[in-house]
Design a binder for this molecule. Structure first.
Ligand code: AGP
Length: 612
């Protein structure tokens, strides 16, 4: 997820663009740049680091420039360096492009441009291909060149381009990544999101998928994929800036919960092949011989990432048949873990900077054990020091309470389990195909779940929950790690003392704590232990506990008749954890709202724990 801004008008394009980029840094902030039409050339200024770093080196250059484009990056292909920062030019210095998205066939296009058309590339990014393609096809009309270039491209893109040969003009196109156009007085803008426009205008038009636009200070023309002009409604935005940065949601946490379908879709993109059901993680460049000789996996992480690891154990053991240990990094790093060269250590970290997890990685490497990192941040310390990295494409996660990053960690672990199993020929092809199909259905199921009016029941129960200082989450089998994650979410943003127990453990002590009205959230999605889970719920209810059940629609009336219940769309035991955690995230969110705690920045906590 990156941020794009374009401006053309009578103002100082450079400073207007930089101001707009600052409002988009929640979309990415590891490198930034801008390109300005200036005295018959396109001048590109860019740097690693934040927009503030760009502002420092921009200061005062090209002050007369009236047209330009800018970009703040969240690296996917190519490290967050100056040369990989956007904008990207072609071979000449009269054109520039900024891009948000992933060009899936960039390697093919890059080889063709280099070998057949003699283009010289500078960066290791997929996006630079777009600049050379447009340059290759430019024949006096930038929009026509853009159209021809896009015809060759597969993937997701929101893209803006300028040429020194067409002063005052910006052309753009989008597919799967957002672009909005701002209509000002003798000026017009384009951006990835509304916050970048609000200092100049509140009149916006949304570009739809597949549409192109040609923008000058006086005119905005929108065309459909076939080149037909399109009339578009002008919207009046009444959000304040803060609301706009959260996409109109009250908190980043809620926005990021709602972004989960897209985050899962992006993490799956290009890694699954249908109808074969094969998972392609060749990006890991893992030695297949080493994979076949693997005797054990150690998953090491902290907090929510550790809970993803607990599910990772079940997933990898179930699918790939490799024994897995899971441990919190702060313990692993001070023990003498039994490691061997035919073991693999998997570290999971959203930020890629957690001190304990980094220390565990370094310990494993010291002991000559290969380390694979699952992380959300390209260029993070953990990403740079691991032997292999499986990136989650959740985009920047701002709220301290991790939601979309956690969900994409699970997806990454399912993909990894299937990949390892397929390389070792240990996974039943029918199971693999079934799971792959199930994974591909997840984004739509998540969208359905997040739009379900039954979520109101969750909100009602959260109001009850908010009146208590203690709460319990229970679950069996794969429901137990989800119960632990649900308890952590509730704990960290509502400050309620929430504990998770394996449901079968209640009678060994915790049941003594159940009394009239005590909130107990029961995860019941595992068919294999359904009967046992139901009897645990009865144990709690007969002692007065106020039970809320998160279960599956396909479990029939047996459980649906309960009044406090949220049913998930039909899903198998193995994939259920990806859906069942979402109601617990929303429950934590609603409860924290009801208790008035600070949702995005809870007390005593930090988004990335870079100290011990
Ligand atoms: C999760 O909601 C918490 N913010 C915290 O437990 C977090 O998961 C943990 O600090 C690990 O962070 P990481 O994934 O960036 O390594």
């Amino acid at each position: 997820m990156c941020g794009i801004v374009g401006y053309t008008g009578t103002g100082k394009a450079g400073s207007i663009i930089i101001d707009g980029l600052k409002k988009l840094e929640y979309r990415g902030y590891d490198s930034a740049g801008l390109a300005l039409q200036n005295e018959g050339k396109v001048v590109i200024i860019k740097t690693a680091g934040t927009v503030a770093a760009l502002e420092k080196i921009y200061r005062g250059n090209c002050l007369t420039a009236k047209t330009g484009i800018g970009h703040t990056r969240w690296a996917t292909h190519g490290r967050p360096t100056e040369v990989n920062a956007h904008p990207h030019g072609g071979c000449s210095d009269d054109l520039a492009v900024v891009h948000n998205g992933i060009i899936e066939n960039y390697k093919l296009l890059r080889s063709w441009l280099i070998e057949e058309k003699d283009h010289q590339f500078r960066s290791e990014t997929d996006s630079e291909v777009l600049a050379h393609l447009i340059e290759e096809y430019y024949d006096g009309d930038l929009l026509a060149a853009l159209r021809r270039a896009i015809d060759e491209v597969k993937g997701s893109y929101a893209l803006a381009a300028i040429s020194a040969r067409e002063p005052g003009r910006i052309v753009c196109v989008r597919r799967d990544s957002p672009l909005v156009i701002g209509l000002g007085k003798s000026e017009n803008l384009v951006a990835s999101d509304i916050p970048a426009l609000l200092n100049r205008t509140r009149r916006v038009m949304v570009l739809e998928d597949g549409e192109f636009a040609s923008i000058t200070a006086e005119k905005v023309e929108i065309y459909d994929a076939g080149g037909k002009p399109v009339e578009r409604e002008i919207l009046e935005v009444n959000w304040d800036l803060e609301a706009a940065e959260k996409g109109g949601f009250a908190h980043f946490m809620l926005k990021e919960i709602m972004e989960q379908p897209v985050a899962v879709r992006e993490t799956l993109r290009q890694r699954i092949d249908l109808p074969s059901g094969k998972v392609d993680l060749s990006e890991l460049a893992m030695d297949t011989g080493e994979i076949s000789r693997l005797k054990k996996i150690h998953i090491v992480a902290c907090g929510t990432a550790y809970h993803a690891g607990l599910l990772g154990r079940e997933i990898i053991e179930n699918i790939a048949g490799i024994p897995v240990d899971v441990e919190v990094a702060s313990e692993f790093r001070y023990r003498r873990p039994l490691l061997a060269e035919d073991h693999l250590v998997i570290v999971i970290s959203q930020s890629g900077e957690t001190a304990d997890t980094l220390a565990a990685l370094r310990l494993a490497r010291l002991r000559k054990v290969k380390v694979l990192a699952v992380t959300n941040v390209v260029g993070s310390t953990i990403a740079r020091e691991a032997d292999q990295v499986l990136f989650t494409w959740a985009g920047p996660e701002i709220a301290v309470a991790s939601t979309k990053a956690y969900l994409t960690q699970l997806v990454a672990l399912y993909l990894l389990a299937l990949y390892l199993g397929q390389v070792r020929k240990d996974v039943d092809p029918a199971l693999a195909l079934d799971l792959v199909k199930g994974l591909l259905e997840l984004p739509a199921q998540l969208e359905k779940l997040l739009a379900d009016e039954k979520l109101e029941k969750l909100r009602a129960y959260s109001n009850h929950l908010a009146c208590w200082d203690n709460a319990f989450f229970i679950g069996r089998s794969l429901d137990y790690p989800v119960a632990r994650e649900g308890a952590l979410k509730l704990k960290e943003i509502s400050y309620i003392h929430a504990e998770a127990y394996a449901a079968g453990e209640l009678k060994h002590g915790p049941l003594a704590l159940i009394d009239e009205g005590v909130p107990v959230i029961a995860l019941v999605t595992q068919k294999v232990v359904l009967e046992k889970s139901l009897s645990n719920i009865q144990e709690v209810k007969t002692r007065g506990g106020a039970v809320f059940i998160i279960t599956r629609d396909d479990f029939g009336d047996l459980i649906r008749q309960e009044e406090a219940v949220f049913t998930l769309p039909p899903v198998g035991d193995l994939l259920a954890p990806i859906l069942s955690v979402v109601p617990t995230q929303l429950m934590a969110y609603y409860t924290a709202l009801a208790r008035g705690s600070s949702v995005d920045q809870p007390r005593n906590l930090a988004k990335s724990v870079t100290v011990e």
